[in-house]
Ligand binder design. Sequence first.
Ligand code: BTN
Length: 243
Amino acid sequence: KEIRYFAEIGSTNNEAKRLAAEGCPEGLIVVAEAQNTGRGRLARGWFSPFGKGIWLSVVLRPSFHPLDAPKCTLMAAVALTKAIHKVTDAPCGIKWPNDILYEGKKLVGILTEMSAEMDAINYVVIGMGINVNIAPDEFPPELRDIATSVAAAAGRPVSRLALLAEVLAELETVYCLAVSQGFDPVLDEWRKLSITLGQQVNVLAPGETFTGIAVNIDNEGALLVDTGQGVRRVLAGDVSIRP
Ligand code: BTN
């Protein structure tokens, strides 16, 4: 597969979207040592210091329905968590829908962007930001309570190259599984790696907030929350796990 490497770039997702729109093949990878304008979800930025993380975007051209594209994010979360478990013994897990956490702090963020027409996907770009060797005091003060790194979780520096190789291998495995057998086996893996299921959660959905126990995800990746007065389905939004 083709890998485009940059010492410095604005955002690997922007470059991957540009190449995808130009017609690049599926599987193209954009990776950078540093991003100047790294982007997170909900129009946030993403701290991407030089040489300290894996700032990576992958172009896919799946034949799924555009409504299934969010499942690419669940797929990436599974691949990333498995890769981290292979390379370290850092006990991290997935917080619904797509953050990888260690001790309640974020190690990895995923930003999936899609271009689709009618009922066909043109491309999906999966952007992954892995905080690899960032020491706690290297994060900007406003991130110190919410962000951590694979090295901090593992208690030692971690080879970015070894981790990158595992991430790409796991991503290929899980994508081939989804293409050949559908999403059900991917969702099963997601359930096993989840730290949200079984927990008491606060749900911040568009326009409302409620509390309950996260009991499962359904076959669309929506979180099912038992509020005590019935099970509510959360397709978009954020949850916080209550201590
Ligand atoms: C989140 O808000 O949790 C998602 C963060 C995604 C960051 C990655 S880093 C590589 C890729 N390029 C970007 O600009 N963002 C994603």
